[in-house]
Design a protein. Structure first.
Length: 135
C-alpha cells in the first residue's frame, strides 16, 4: 500500500466582517470576504503527487433577513497561484476564505463558525456552517 494524502480543516470560532469601502450604495446586502480557517494538505508518501484541494461548501444559519443560504468558500492563494504538486513528506497550508453577506450600512457583523454535515440550526445567531466534504 502506498501512503496517501491527508487533509485537515481547522475553522476559527468566529469571524467579524465589515462593509467593503467600495460596496455599491444601492444594494441592501453586500458580500464581504473574510478568512474563516485553514486547510492543511500533507503528502504522507515519498513521491511528489499532484496537489488538489477538496471542494468546500458552506451555508448560513440564523440570518433569515439576509436570505442567502449558500456561501462561496475558496482558498488563498487562488488556484492560479498555488503549486501544482506537493513533494513527498511535505505539508502545505491554505487559508479558507468565505464571502459573507452583510447588510449595507452596518458597521460590522460577527458570524460564529462551525463544522457540520447539514445546515440545520435552531438558534438565531448568525452562523457560518462549513460543511464536511465527502471524503
Amino acid at each position: 500500500a502506498t501512503a496517501g494524502m491527508s487533509t485537515s480543516v481547522e475553522v476559527n470560532e468566529s469571524v467579524t466582517v465589515s462593509v467593503p469601502a467600495d460596496a455599491p450604495r444601492d444594494r441592501e446586502v453586500v458580500p464581504a470576504e473574510a478568512t474563516v480557517g485553514t486547510l492543511t494538505v500533507t503528502n504522507e508518501g515519498p513521491f511528489t503527487r499532484p496537489l488538489s484541494l477538496p471542494e468546500l461548501s458552506g451555508c448560513l444559519s440564523g440570518q433569515s433577513a439576509i436570505g442567502e443560504e449558500g456561501v462561496h468558500l475558496g482558498y488563498e492563494p487562488r488556484s492560479y497561484n498555488r503549486p501544482a504538486q506537493i513533494a513527498g513528506g511535505e505539508s502545505l497550508t491554505f487559508k479558507i476564505t468565505a464571502r459573507l453577506p452583510i447588510p449595507n450600512g452596518t458597521d460590522e457583523m460577527t458570524y460564529a463558525i462551525e463544522r457540520g454535515s447539514d445546515c440545520e440550526r435552531t438558534d438565531n445567531d448568525p452562523t457560518l456552517i462549513v460543511l464536511d466534504s465527502e471524503e
